[in-house]
Design a protein around this ligand. Structure first.
Ligand code: 5GP
Length: 190
């Protein structure tokens, strides 16, 4: 069986990666699997262990770093987030195209480590719109919102490392564009 693609889906915090992903993820022809990340962040209301993330202690996360269990990791607004090599390889070896929905520092590590990965960067229509989205999410305290916002403008500077940049003005149009890119890349690697 042919090994699945590794797809990096990134963009600044609050751009709407999760919303766009939900609109293309279940398309059968894309044959996608989601890599569940490990994080030291506390679960938000409604988040499920082993579905949204593996929620772990800092100690467990640092052990994973020391043991080389992670394909990439980053510290984001005071918490660790990382991708487990074992999780990604297991799914790719089943022929699944594995989607990593990760922030930019981690994405950069994967782009370097896995040169044949497919990297897609989602941008907001404007920084004002991004600010509005982060504030409207209302899941974080004012301090965290402020930190995520100042981080977002730096994150935007990294977009030229990606193979594709998609604007999330309308989530459905953005999702259709991402789906088309993935489909084309599956076809060319067949
Ligand atoms: P949140 O706390 O909102 O769930 O995630 C914060 C940021 O971390 C988001 O941009 C999300 O895409 C990113 N993220 C989630 N999992 C990972 C991961 O495994 N590695 C990295 N580098 N970033 C991640």
């Amino acid at each position: 069986m042919k090994k699945g693609l590794l797809i990096i889906f990134s963009g600044p915090s609050g751009v709407g990666k999760g919303t766009v992903r939900e609109l293309f993820f279940d398309k059968e022809e894309l044959n996608l699997a989601y890599s569940i990340s490990m994080t030291t962040r506390s679960p938000r209301e409604g988040e499920v262990e082993g579905e949204d993330y593996y929620f772990v202690t800092r100690e467990r996360f640092e052990k994973a770093i020391a043991n080389d269990e992670l394909l990439e990791y980053a510290e984001f607004v005071g918490n660790y987030y990382g991708t487990l090599i074992e999780e990604v390889e297991r799914l790719r070896n089943l022929g699944k195209n594995v989607l990593l929905e990760i922030e930019v520092q981690g994405a950069r590590q994967v782009i370097e480590r896995v040169p044949d990965s497919l990297s897609i960067f989602l941008v907001p229509p404007s920084m004002e719109e991004l600010e509005r989205r982060i504030i409207n999410r209302r899941t974080e305290s004012a301090d965290v919102i402020h930190e995520r916002l100042s981080k977002a403008s730096k994150e935007m500077d990294l977009m030229n490392h990606y193979r594709y940049v998609i604007c999330n003005d309308d989530p459905q149009i953005a999702a259709d564009s991402v789906a088309l890119i993935i489909k084309r890349n599956i076809e060319t690697t067949l």
